[in-house]
Design a protein around this ligand. Structure first.
Ligand SMILES: *[C@@H]1O[C@H](CO)[C@@H](O)[C@H](O)[C@H]1NC(C)=O
Ligand SMILES: *[C@@H]1O[C@H](CO)[C@@H](O)[C@H](O)[C@H]1NC(C)=O
Ligand SMILES: *[C@@H]1O[C@H](CO)[C@@H](O)[C@H](O)[C@H]1NC(C)=O
Ligand SMILES: *[C@@H]1O[C@H](CO)[C@@H](O)[C@H](O)[C@H]1NC(C)=O
Ligand SMILES: *[C@@H]1O[C@H](CO)[C@@H](O)[C@H](O)[C@H]1NC(C)=O
Ligand SMILES: *[C@@H]1O[C@H](CO)[C@@H](O)[C@H](O)[C@H]1NC(C)=O
Ligand SMILES: *[C@@H]1O[C@H](CO)[C@@H](O)[C@H](O)[C@H]1NC(C)=O
Ligand SMILES: *[C@@H]1O[C@H](CO)[C@@H](O)[C@H](O)[C@H]1NC(C)=O
Ligand SMILES: *[C@@H]1O[C@H](CO)[C@@H](O)[C@H](O)[C@H]1NC(C)=O
Ligand SMILES: *[C@@H]1O[C@H](CO)[C@@H](O)[C@H](O)[C@H]1NC(C)=O
Ligand SMILES: *[C@@H]1O[C@H](CO)[C@@H](O)[C@H](O)[C@H]1NC(C)=O
Length: 764
């Protein structure tokens, strides 16, 4: 061996040796025993130094493991007692791993430094251990969407730092615990803003003591339980409340009049109970947007007149509430009104919308009433449903408003489609919606040019507005395009399987009248391509570019390494990276993508597809498709991010330009000339490493390019150099809800069919 090589070996050896000492030995043992019973761990969980070797999902402080973030990893196995040896652990996020099953060990109570415990959307069973009450630093506790059974441990009342409590969507039973001098209870949680206990089997009355004026609750979600008895009047003491959901229980008695004190309340759901008596005027609720009183037994046969004075109201539902008498259109002039749901009543007379109706109004549902006529005057854009009224029982009626709503049907591959609300905390398992052509036509105002927001792989993309006011994106295939049909199918099949914060979410589809349309979450800030061109007016400083690079890399790494089977995107480019309002990057457009089965790994021969300038030359020449072709395109995208140049511009190829200009001896590798002037005057910490990474991605041979998980790691370390926290958004959706929803007209518990599904915890 040549001496130089020997020396190199020695250096590598010494470095490895020093690093090996980084992780505390107890933590190494604990992590290794955890590792032994979990499947599908990140591939780099090897060796004996989790901190020093940068195991994916592990963060350390002073040699101790301080956080484990393995959300959406497809982990399988159980949570062993050994986890409790990681005594410095502050964050434990194993959310969205349905394969994690078995009980939550009592020893979890030993992790007394924990501030965040996210085990939502896993497969845990058995009781929530009483020891949970020992986690006195806990600020967020998300155990929702598991199969926990038994009672809510009263010890939760000891978690005095708790801001977020989410136990919803489990099989919890018994009553809601409150303190009584000897035992503790939820009433002690005066710092908690969120009580999410919906979708369980809780029984008994809602205890009066649970609410007091000392509390700071904003969400009280108790829907879909077996609660009985009256709504406690103490609820009116909690003036900070924004959302109250008591729907789908067996509550009885009358609505307490002091709810009127809840000035800030935006959403009140009392539907599907046994409430009776007269409704008190709730005019004090001056922020109220959604009021749902459906399916109760109130002693009120008309829509209370005060409702017409709640000017903030957007949605009123009084289905099945024995309303009768002549229908009056006064209500429609409420300036923010969007949805009126009054079906299954006995309202009679003529429906007349009038001329002073809210310009927000999108839906009037009066099905199954006694309406005899419809005085349809003037232009409007409102969906009106009158099926089941005398007016529609005359023979020969074919008006749209008489047609009963089509039954949505989900095809089999949508059965397990998850649609999630912004908060991620109340998931809804349901088929992607099958939209009718008429619906999509309405939402896009007849596919108007004004709503055309771009051109996708095979047709136009429109912005649509649901009756709720929520935006969606609609991709409409060009008619008669065979290629379109294939890409359409590919996209549905692939997208319905993948769920990741950095991958755009599919909401539904329409196959009607030879139309092929897909609907997605609306991602408001356009494509990265537009942002870089300056068109969209988004200022992209260096840290924002790093954030976008990291998000896109995580999305792509998820597709390559965690989706099952893995997916090669084949068309990674700036025009296929979308940006949401927080500049979270989302990989989109799966029309060319290919799932790769194990058998095919590494050698799929396909017709070459992709976009010039981004396409991997090796793939182009050999027609052998591997994940590394996406890595190449991603490298080009990284270069585009720092230069804001198109990959091929005036005959110049960006990869070659950067390669030629690079002079590692110089500051910024001598790239001043080539960088986007828009970032030159900002701090460019880590730029050299970023360029080096991009250049590794565009190595000629695929074998020399890094895997996407390595790319993610490297960008994470660059973001640290640039002074950012790469995981600043990683804690689950639960905790990021507040930030995410600020200023948004929507809240996570509206009962609308869709949401943005945009907050899957980042992973990888
Ligand atoms: C950890 O928790 C278990 C069960 O709660 C308990 O028996 C044990 O003593 C605890 N260990 C330590 C070191 O605190
Ligand atoms: C509110 O807090 C004060 C002081 O912490 C306490 O004395 C009082 O009993 C509390 N009131 C209620 C209704 O819980
Ligand atoms: C109600 O909302 C206003 C405005 O957002 C806020 O300033 C106020 O503190 C809220 N009231 C309570 C009791 O939280
Ligand atoms: C009211 O009850 C009917 C019949 O059970 C049901 O179809 C409808 O969805 C309910 N309305 C609401 C708003 O829950
Ligand atoms: C309904 O309210 C009216 C007036 O408040 C009252 O006279 C009547 O007895 C009530 N009926 C029922 C069934 O409660
Ligand atoms: C129908 O609307 C017109 C105004 O456009 C009004 O003059 C007329 O009285 C209405 N008819 C009924 C039966 O309400
Ligand atoms: C939904 O689709 C399934 C399978 O294609 C079919 O059997 C069923 O009848 C459909 N239901 C409705 C309501 O159209
Ligand atoms: C959906 O996203 C849009 C824009 O991203 C946002 O304004 C809206 O509040 C979101 N809606 C829901 C229900 O989360
Ligand atoms: C919708 O657009 C189509 C084609 O542009 C046009 O023929 C039709 O008249 C429009 N319909 C309405 C209701 O505007
Ligand atoms: C992104 O879009 C939102 C809503 O469309 C807008 O309010 C926001 O300013 C945009 N973000 C940036 C950074 O421009
Ligand atoms: C809520 O959604 C369920 C389906 O998930 C539906 O049956 C129910 O009618 C909806 N309730 C309201 C108040 O919209």
């Amino acid at each position: 061996m040549e001496p130089r090589i020997q020396l190199l070996f020695l250096v590598v050896f010494i470095q490895a040796y020093i690093i090996a000492a980084v992780t505390d030995n107890h933590d190494v043992i604990a992590l290794n025993s955890v590792k032994n019973i979990w499947r599908n761990l990140p591939p780099n969980w090897v060796g004996s130094d989790p901190c020093g070797d940068g195991w994916v999902g592990i963060q350390c402080m002073n040699s101790r493991v301080s956080s484990i973030m393995l959300g959406s990893m497809g982990l399988e196995g159980q949570l062993s007692d050994d986890i409790s040896s990681l005594t410095e652990l502050q964050i434990l996020d194993l959310s969205q791993n349905q394969g994690l099953t078995g009980p939550l060990p009592a020893s979890i109570g030993n992790l007394t430094k924990l501030t965040k415990l996210f085990l939502n959307h896993c497969g845990f069973t058995g009781p929530i251990p009483d020891t949970i009450g020992s986690l006195q630093q806990l600020a967020s506790l998300s155990l929702n969407s598991n199969k926990f059974s038994g009672q809510i441990p009263p010890s939760i009342g000891h978690l005095l730092m708790l801001n977020w409590l989410d136990l919803s969507d489990n099989q919890l039973e018994g009553s809601i615990p409150v303190s009584d001098g000897t035992t503790s209870g939820l009433d002690m949680l005066v710092k908690t803003q969120h009580f999410h206990l919906g979708k369980n089997k809780l029984s008994g009355e809602i205890p009066k003591q649970i609410f007091s004026s000392n509390m700071t609750l904003i969400h009280v979600v108790l829907d879909s339980n077996k609660l009985i008895g009256p709504i406690p009047s103490t609820l009116g003491l909690v003036q900070s409340l924004l959302v109250v959901r008591f729907d789908n229980n067996y509550l009885s008695g009358s609505v307490p009049s002091n709810l009127n004190n809840l000035k800030n309340l935006t959403d009140l759901y009392l539907s599907n109970n046994k409430l009776s008596g007269t409704l008190p005027p709730l005019l004090g609720m001056s922020s109220l947007k959604t009021l749902d009183l459906s399916n109760n037994s109130f002693n009120t046969s008309v829509i209370p007149t005060w409702v017409s004075s709640v000017s903030s109201l957007t949605t009123l539902r009084m289905e099945g509430t024995q309303l009768q008498g002549q229908f009056s259109s006064d209500l429609f002039s409420l300036p923010n009104l969007q949805t009126v749901g009054l079906k299954d009543n006995s309202l009679s007379g003529t429906l007349y919308i009038g001329t002073k109706f809210s310009n927000q109004l999108r839906l009037i549902d009066l099905q199954n009433n006694d309406i005899t006529d419809f005085n349809e005057t003037g232009e409007h854009n409102i969906e009106i449903k009158l099926a089941g009224n005398p007016i529609c029982q005359e023979t020969g009626r074919t008006e749209n408003y008489c047609v009963p709503p089509p039954q949505s049907n989900s095809t089999s591959f949508f059965r397990h489609w998850y649609v999630r609300k912004n908060s991620g905390s109340i998931p809804q398992l349901r088929g992607a919606k099958c939209f009718s052509f008429e619906e999509l036509k309405k939402y896009t105002n007849n596919f108007s040019e004004a709503n055309n927001i771009g051109y996708g792989g095979y047709g136009k993309v429109y912005r649509g507005t649901l009756p709720s006011g929520e935006l969606i994106a609609i991709k409409r295939a060009q008619q008669g395009s065979m290629q379109g049909a294939l890409e359409f199918k590919t996209e549905i099949e692939l997208l319905s399987r993948v769920h990741h914060k950095n991958v755009v979410s599919l909401l539904g589809f329409c196959f009607e009248r030879h139309e092929q349309m897909l609907t997605y979450e609306f991602v408001p800030n356009g494509t990265l391509h537009e942002a870089l061109s300056g068109k969209s007016g988004i200022r992209l400083d260096w840290t924002r570019r790093l954030k976008i690079a990291l998000g896109a890399a995580r999305g792509l790494a998820y597709l390559h390494e965690l989706a099952n089977p893995p997916i090669i995107h084949r068309d990674i480019k700036s025009a296929n990276i979308l940006l949401d309002q927080h500049l979270t990057a989302k990989v989109a457009d799966f029309g060319l993508s290919k799932p790769i089965s194990d058998r095919e790994k590494g050698h799929v021969t396909t017709q070459v597809k992709g976009t010039m300038g981004y396409m991997d030359p090796e793939y182009f020449m050999t027609q052998q498709l591997t994940e590394k072709s996406d890595v190449y395109s991603f490298g080009v995208l990284l270069l585009e991010l720092i230069t804001a140049r198109k990959p091929i511009e005036r005959g110049k190829y960006i990869v070659r330009e950067v390669r030629m200009a690079t002079d590692k001896a110089k500051d910024l590798h001598g790239l001043h000339q080539i960088l986007d002037p828009a970032i030159l005057d900002t701090s460019l910490k880590g730029l050299e490493k970023f360029v080096a990474l991009a250049m590794r991605c565009v190595e000629e041979s695929g074998a020399d390019r890094p895997k996407m998980s390595e790319v993610v790691k490297e960008i994470e370390s660059i973001t640290l150099i640039a002074g950012m926290n790469p995981n600043v958004e990683t804690p689950t959706s639960s905790s990021s809800y507040e930030e995410a929803s600020k200023g948004s007209p929507f809240h996570p518990f509206s009962n609308e069919s869709f949401a943005n599904g945009s907050t899957f915890p980042a992973s990888i």
